[in-house]
Design a protein around this ligand. Structure first.
Ligand SMILES: NC(=O)c1ccc[n+]([C@@H]2O[C@H](COP(=O)([O-])OP(=O)(O)OC[C@H]3O[C@@H](n4cnc5c(N)ncnc54)[C@H](O)[C@@H]3O)[C@@H](O)[C@H]2O)c1
Length: 254
């Protein structure tokens, strides 16, 4: 590992780490030397992931809670700091889709999407930043989406949440930067995960995604893990408030 990218001795907290992009990120950060705290709601699934990392010789622990439970999130960050003495990296990744026409979307579903994608990122960042400020160092990385900047029909709540997450990234970057903390976001394009399984199965849509992308394929979780490692590492020391699009070129192609 090039020293610039090494996370040896760091502690990283990754939400939504039991599958898909979050699991890919957790593996990437662990391989770079970080102790990774895996969050999701299902404890058994997290234990299997932790055991998988341990079998590969990596340090990991679990924190099972719903990210929309803000008190549980705050307590989990405090526990990590108490047990490990630090929380250097927070990756706000947990999320789920809501594919519904705007005029049929119920207020409770809209609110749930905002709670999980946006408000949880805010409250977990608050909890982590309170600790990071004391160390004058920290990295917060939000997993947004290309849907934060562009749109397609039937994902209005998701687009609103991801657009606001990009704005929150900039707001926290200016406020926490003076304390030595960087706040950045990744905006993935079409990535093959459980969340997109039904879209991947739809051959016409899958092929559309390939055609629409200059690299000619959908992304995989490892395609996001590398850019997150970059943002978490010393290599990105001067990157702050950026929303890095990782979409194989989809959104720059006409
Ligand atoms: N897959 C894509 O094409 C794509 C594109 C852009 C952005 N994203 C974003 O990437 C992130 C990860 O998505 P994915 O595609 O890997 O999906 P996924 O379904 O494979 O993984 C989502 C993870 O979040 C967890 N999770 C969901 N709700 C949670 C909650 N309330 N509390 C705690 N954990 C919760 C799940 O258990 C799982 O571990 C999401 O924020 C998503 O919006 C995905």
């Amino acid at each position: 590992m090039t020293p610039m990218f090494s996370l040896e001795g760091r502690v990283a907290f990754v939400t939504g780490a039991s599958s898909g992009i979050g699991w890919g990120i957790a593996q990437g950060l662990a391989e770079a030397g970080a102790h990774v705290v895996l969050n999701a709601r299902n404890k058994e699934r997290l234990q299997l992931r932790r055991d998988e990392l341990a079998a590969a010789g990596f340090g990991a622990s679990i924190a099972d809670f719903d990210v929309a439970d803000h008190a549980a999130g705050e307590a989990a960050i405090e526990r990590v700091v108490a047990e490990r003495g630090r929380c250097d990296i927070l990756v706000n990744n947990a999320g789920m889709p809501l594919r519904q026409p705007a005029i049929e979307t119920k207020l409770a579903d809209w609110q749930r999407i905002l709670d999980v994608h946006l408000t949880a990122a805010f409250t977990l960042s608050q909890a982590a930043a309170r600790h990071m400020i004391g160390r004058r160092s920290g990295r917060i990385i939000n997993i947004g989406s290309i849907m934060g900047a562009i749109a397609r029909p039937s994902v209005s709540a998701y687009c609103a949440a991801k657009g606001a997450l990009a704005a929150l990234t900039r707001a926290l970057a200016v406020e926490l930067g003076p304390h030595g903390i960087t706040v950045n976001a990744i905006a993935p394009g079409f990535i093959e995960t459980e969340m997109t399984a039904s879209l991947v199965k739809d051959k016409a849509f899958y092929d559309y995604g390939c055609r629409r992308t200059p690299l000619g394929r959908w992304g995989i979780p490892a395609d996001i893990a590398g850019p997150v490692l970059f943002l978490a590492s010393g290599a990105a020391a001067y990157v702050n408030g950026a929303v890095l699009t990782v979409d194989g070129g989809m959104t720059i192609a006409l």
